[in-house]
Design a protein around this ligand. Structure first.
Ligand code: 13P
Ligand code: SF4
Length: 308
């Protein structure tokens, strides 16, 4: 604890010295969330990265998020405290897979979840996050094939909500895909009065329709906002468990029960307080996206940021 307090103080000092900002995702370790200037979902983090005045952005999250910040801020220094912070979902699709689909569907529209590499975003027409995917897809022109990638569970949810036919890439996040109908069923029996908050990347998404039709499908930020506003006192939460810190901090008088307590993203957890400190101290590891890729990816991200 003494070490933690020391690191937190050093981080605050270095942040000022470097004119830096720390952006953290909701799945980060609690002590990392506590030193961050902004904690949010992928959409909030993209918006914050686009508007920050700081010269240095330390991204407490995973690689595709730091890349997104670098694409939106070509003149700033974007740091990822551990380059091993990847994403199984982003790794599930390669630029060649998108290129092939585009060649087969010259009039097609490519919708890329932000959980993708910069080279994949560069081939997309528009990006989405879990918070705005329904809105973005609902606004696309009719009569053209739409390729939604790479998360098939989020894609199936967007199809249901918009009534639009999507071609889905069979990608998944190993953490969310592991949250299945049987986990949901068990919690429904144990907590019949609770509200259910489900991330649309979850493998239990479609079974939710008949198991718990009034469950709320939300991004991590959506869960925080919903829980704060709801009069309910008990919530069952289906996503990576890092979100519980934010939920419990925001509403200490409410109960939050994880659907799957071992739903832990090891990539998110590679970022420790010590690595955040070292990152600021040594200005490492710089994440850069070549401008010819960044320029095209920026178009897809800007198209997303203009919605809503
Ligand atoms: P959101 O924060 O946008 O809900 O995304 C979840 C996720 O898996 C990010 O890695
Ligand atoms: Fe990627 Fe899943 Fe981890 Fe999010 S939780 S960073 S989608 S592996």
């Amino acid at each position: 604890l003494v070490q933690e307090r020391f690191l937190a103080e050093e981080i605050r000092r270095l942040k000022e010295e470097r004119n830096a900002v720390i952006l953290a995702h909701s799945y980060q370790r609690p002590e990392v969330q506590e030193v961050a200037d902004f904690v949010g979902d992928s959409l909030g983090l993209s918006r914050e990265a686009a508007r920050t005045k700081a010269e240095v952005i330390v991204f407490a999250g995973v690689h595709f998020m730091a890349e997104t910040a670098a694409i939106l801020n070509p003149d700033k220094t974007v740091l990822l405290p551990d380059l091993g912070a990847g994403c199984s979902l982003a790794d599930s699709i390669a630029p060649e897979d998108v290129q092939r689909w585009k060649e087969e569907n010259p009039d097609g529209i490519v919708v890329a979840y932000v959980n993708t590499r910069a080279e994949v975003k560069a081939l997309a027409d528009v990006c989405v996050t879990s918070a705005n995917a329904v809105e973005v897809v609902a606004g696309l022109p009719e009569g053209r094939p739409i390729f939604f990638l790479p998360d098939m569970f989020l894609g199936a949810y967007v199809e249901r909500m918009t009534g639009r036919k999507l071609e889905l890439w069979p990608g998944e996040c190993h953490v969310h895909a592991g949250i299945r109908a049987e986990h949901l069923e068990a919690l429904l029996r144990e907590h019949p009065a609770a509200e259910f908050l489900i991330h649309p990347e979850c493998g239990c998404g479609s079974s939710c329709l008949y198991l718990k039709p009034d469950a709320k499908m939300l991004s991590t930020e959506g869960m925080v906002r919903y829980a704060a506003a709801s009069p309910a006192s008990e919530f069952v939460v289906a996503t990576e468990v890092g979100i519980l810190h934010r939920l419990r901090k925001l509403a200490p008088d409410k109960d939050f029960v994880p659907v799957k307590p071992d739903a832990v993203c090891e990539y998110m957890k590679t970022i420790t307080l010590e690595k955040v400190y070292e990152s600021l101290r040594d200005l490492k590891h710089v994440v850069r996206v070549p401008e010819e890729v960044a320029e095209r990816a920026r178009r897809a991200l800007s198209a997303m940021l203009q919605v809503g």
